[in-house]
Design a protein around this ligand. Structure first.
Ligand code: IPD
Ligand code: CA
Ligand code: CA
Length: 265
């Protein structure tokens, strides 16, 4: 394993263990509302601290971009961290949440970890070296027909700016696919796409920490990732489409007629 991935895995497991212990006691947690339907708990913050301590312990000069504490440092190496992706699920005892850690080097994501503490599932990727679930190599699905495909997504829940377009895409995909799923943790949705459990995925309004690790998992598993027009600007725009190469193209075609200016990058 690449030494930088190794440190990321150590950080993700530490945070995951902390989250797992705290999941026994969710009714007693201090929870703050960041904006409409957007919550943060003391667990998110504690997990983030453990991750940052672990990463900076090994690489004190690296920079950090973390969901709860923002940016620190200035380096060509930037760790992008979502300490608890799926906070709403976690707070409800719904077992679908994960720790997501990615390393960006000179603007390119080179390492990614998504760790699901509820199942002890560790998804990892190093650029150019493939994607893994625990010790097993993973690949995107081989399905070629949209009509046979299972598509993951996330609903708009806090900002409803793109809701009309989203609903139109959702309505079309509902009729053209075998099914849609919205489990509530984008990093895991992307990891599942990499593992071939979904054939495709789309969502609007995501943040870099939701997707940086998951997108590397998908490309290293032989899949495609882009914004809603199939361009590369997704980490910035947060509007994302992904999948195996055949289904990715077909989902983009369904999306195309519904794109508003705000959804184009
Ligand atoms: C959220 C989850 C959810 C997605 C949201 C994210 P959080 O992350 O990934 O699946 O639909 O857009 O904000 O807030 O639980 O870390
Ligand atoms: Ca998140
Ligand atoms: Ca989070």
């Amino acid at each position: 394993m690449h030494p930088m991935l190794n440190i990321a895995v150590k950080a993700a497991r530490r945070a995951g263990n902390l989250i797992h212990r705290a999941s026994d006691n969710i009714d007693h947690l201090t929870v703050t509302k960041k904006s409409h339907a957007d919550y943060v708990s003391e667990v998110d913050r504690a997990a983030e601290q453990v991750i940052i301590e672990t990463l900076l312990g090994a690489y004190p000069n690296h920079a950090i971009l973390a969901e709860e504490s923002g940016t620190q440092g200035d380096s060509e190496f930037v760790w992008i961290i979502d300490p608890l992706d799926g906070t709403t699920n976690f707070l409800h005892g719904y077992p679908q949440y994960a720790v997501s850690i990615a390393l960006m080097h000179k603007g390119v994501i080179t390492q990614g970890v998504v760790y699901d503490p509820t199942k002890n599932d560790l998804f990892t990727a190093t650029r150019g070296r493939g994607a893994y679930l625990n010790d097993r190599r993973i690949r995107v699905s081989k399905r070629i027909e949209l009509a046979d495909s299972l598509i993951g997504t996330g609903f708009p829940y806090s900002s409803f700016e793109h809701m009309e377009a989203y609903m139109a895409i959702f309505r079309d995909l509902m009729q053209k696919t075998a099914g849609l799923r919205r489990p509530g943790a984008a990093s895991l949705d992307l990891a599942y796409t990499a593992a071939g459990r979904y054939d495709g995925f789309f969502e609007t309004g995501l943040k870099p920490w939701d997707i940086a690790a998951g997108c590397l998992l998908i490309t290293e598993a032989g899949g495609m990732v882009g914004d809603l027009q199939g361009n590369e600007n997704y980490l910035k725009s947060g509007h994302l489409c992904a999948g195996n190469p055949r289904i990715y193209e077909q989902v983009l075609q369904v999306i195309a007629p519904h794109l508003t200016d705000g959804l184009k990058s």
